[in-house]
Design a protein around this ligand. Structure first.
Ligand code: CP
Length: 332
């Protein structure tokens, strides 16, 4: 049987996402038991993580399996290019690491979200896709510059729990200022998935912080199929008007991808792009979502993060339940 990877929210059909949400809700209500007894999940983190790492470990333990964690410091420098002449810093080819790990573990989760070069290069997700190509076990994307599908599915479950239905509901996904240029993974995955589910999505960002054009086109196509909509507004307050969910997220400028200093300079005039009670006051009593970690009082104020409409910890909690459902689907 061929293995199945989960690298992008578009790896699943609308029908499969509905099934995954149902299974997640069931796994949350009642523990599924030791269905993955004896199974091992290998987790490779090339960047730090609190939620993704812990929620996957807890998910595997609750299903009777266990995890092996490796960080950048545990691994040889890897070469992802095919037919590379490896006379540089890379000690091991991804092909060899992936084929070896496939002999030890039953699935692999990989986070590789650092900016490594041009956007054209980073958008290819070379490391994760190279692992997926060469591993004989399922590979799960734990966040790249382009996608963070496990986060987005957990966010969808959180929205569904609080809005009851998703079709036609108004989500504003808003850019927020941040001292660091952050990856676009969560933004892209939430945008695409919300469009697929028929939500009316407003993407709010300053000029110069457009999302990847292919992701935008795909999201618009999915919205027109599902009866949803996607629009872009370049003003945070205007974009928040009438929203039922405000999703706060920071992301780097693709236009200035290679120039961190230029991004920092541009952001000096964008400090008002943060979620506070004034912005929340223009919404339709919206829920606040943010995938964490969050720079408090930069991205969003303490008042709204700790307020009664905040779902930030529900989102984090749902990571475990969605990942249990995903692991059961991929390893059954
Ligand atoms: N939201 C999220 O992926 O959190 P971590 O970076 O802590 O894993």
């Amino acid at each position: 049987m061929s293995k199945r990877d989960f690298l992008s929210v578009t790896d699943l059909s609308r029908h499969e996402i509905d099934d995954l949400l149902e299974l997640s809700a069931r796994a949350k209500g009642k523990r599924p038991g030791q269905v993955l007894a004896g199974k091992t999940l290998g987790l490779l983190f090339f960047e730090p993580s609190l939620r993704t790492r812990v929620s996957f470990e807890v998910a595997m333990v609750q299903l009777g399996g266990h995890c092996i964690n490796l960080s950048r410091d545990d691994l040889y420098e890897l070469e992802p290019q095919e037919q590379a002449i490896m006379d540089g810093a890379a000690e091991e080819h991804v092909k060899d690491a992936a084929r070896t790990l496939s002999r030890y573990v039953d699935a692999l989760g990989i986070r590789a979200a650092s900016r490594t070069g041009s956007w054209d290069k980073d958008r290819q997700e070379l490391l994760v896709r190279s692992y997926a190509k060469h591993a004989s076990v399922p590979v799960i994307n734990l966040e790249t510059c382009v996608e963070h599908p496990c986060q987005a599915i957990a966010d969808l479950l959180t929205m569904r729990e609080n809005l009851i239905s998703l079709k036609g509901r108004k989500l504003t996904l808003t850019w927020c200022t941040h001292p660091e240029p952050k990856p676009l993974g969560a933004t892209h995955s939430v945008l695409t998935l919300a469009a697929m589910m028929g939500m009316d999505v407003t993407l709010a960002h300053p000029l110069g912080f457009e999302v990847d054009d292919a992701v935008m086109q795909k999201s618009k196509a999915m919205a027109s199929e599902s009866g949803g909509s996607v629009r872009v507004i370049n003003d945070p307050i205007e974009a928040a008007k009438g929203a039922e969910v405000i999703y706060a997220r920071s992301w780097a400028s693709i236009r200035h991808w290679e120039d961190g200093e230029r991004q920092a300079m541009i952001k000096r005039s964008l400090q008002h792009w943060r979620v506070d009670s004034t912005l929340m006051g223009t919404t339709k009593n919206a829920f606040l979502m943010q995938p964490l970690p969050v720079r408090r009082n930069v991205v969003a104020t303490d008042e709204v993060l700790d307020g009664p409409r905040s779902l930030i910890y529900e989102q984090a909690a749902n990571r475990t339940h969605v990942q249990k459902a995903l692991l059961m689907q991929l390893l059954k």
